[in-house]
Design a binder for this molecule. Structure first.
Ligand code: ADP
Length: 273
């Protein structure tokens, strides 16, 4: 069974005012355990609005969001627990660190879940290991770490809740090449070892080319493409209309080919010409 399923979701901001904006228009898709899904689209295409529907931060005007087969808004009494199952990592999550030690910061989520001390401790150690930091970090002040380390601690805070789906909004923004590669490797390890699904909102074409199995493309609130990464990136004309440029598309296609994925090679030669 899908972990998350959206059926015909519509959402508008400022309904009934002169600022009314239809941000999502008839969005349907599902996410299975172990998926690695990327969501792409221009600024303003609806990506942030969409991910806020996945764990109940926003309620659709119409349409449904199912979590493990249950309608989030009509069948689930304990909607708070969904925040633990569907972990959201917002942009620059390190800005939300607030405790004076790394250990306390990562423990915040599991403590809120009502787990006992021993279980919390175990979750913290496990999450720290997932982001590649050793136990010596537990007593360190998070604000004295490097930017990349702070980001990893912030992500560990969400991993410690052992979500079935981890949703990340631009997790590699502002990091250098090595920092980006490290975080994505760790997310991949987490996905493989835990069986969780990952949903990545990103402008970084390398992140998509190297990791995503499936891609959803949003344009003005509509889902204009959805499918395997290879099939979506073979639709160069539609992607161009959505604001991606030819070098970006070509770069992804070449990398997908290196991954042995079945891209339409005419798309590469056509675009490279
Ligand atoms: P993205 O994440 O792809 O940049 P958003 O989901 O943030 O897109 O925005 C989708 C549309 O909704 C945009 O036109 C944006 O201006 C509008 N929007 C987003 N948040 C609000 C808000 N709080 N109030 C009014 N309009 C908003």
């Amino acid at each position: 069974m899908a972990i998350i399923e959206l059926k015909h979701v519509h959402y508008a901001y400022g309904v009934g005012t002169s600022f009314e904006k239809q941000a999502l228009n008839n969005i349907s898709f599902s996410v299975d355990p172990g998926d690695f899904l990327a969501i792409v689209g221009h600024t303003g295409s609806g990506k942030s609005t969409l991910i806020r529907h996945l764990n109940g931060l926003l309620r659709p005007d119409s349409g449904q969001v199912f979590i493990h087969g249950k309608d989030l808004w009509s069948q689930m009494k304990d909607r708070r627990s969904v925040r633990f199952q569907i972990g959201l990592v917002f942009q620059y999550p390190e800005t939300q660190l607030f405790e004076d030690t790394v250990g306390k910061d990562i423990a915040f989520g599991p403590k809120n879940m009502g787990l006992n001390e021993q279980e919390v401790k175990q979750r913290v150690q496990e999450a720290l290991a997932f982001v590649g930091l050793d136990a010596s970090y537990l007593e360190r002040n998070p604000f004295r770490l490097s930017g990349g380390e702070m980001r990893r601690v912030a992500i560990a805070g969400v991993l410690a809740m052992r979500p079935s789906v981890l949703v990340l909004d631009e997790p590699t923004a502002g990091l250098d090449f090595d920092g980006r590669a490290l975080i994505l490797q760790q997310l991949e390890q987490f996905r493989i070892k835990s069986g969780a699904a990952i949903i990545l909102v990103t402008h970084n074409m390398d992140d998509i080319a190297e990791h995503a199995q499936r891609v959803i493309v949003l344009h003005e609130g509509r889902m204009v493409l959805s499918g395997t990464t290879a099939s979506v990136f073979s639709e160069a004309d539609i992607l161009k209309q959505c604001g991606l440029d030819v070098p970006q598309i070509t770069r992804v296609l070449i990398k997908l080919k290196e991954r042995g994925l079945p891209v339409r090679t005419d798309a590469i030669t056509l675009e490279a010409a």
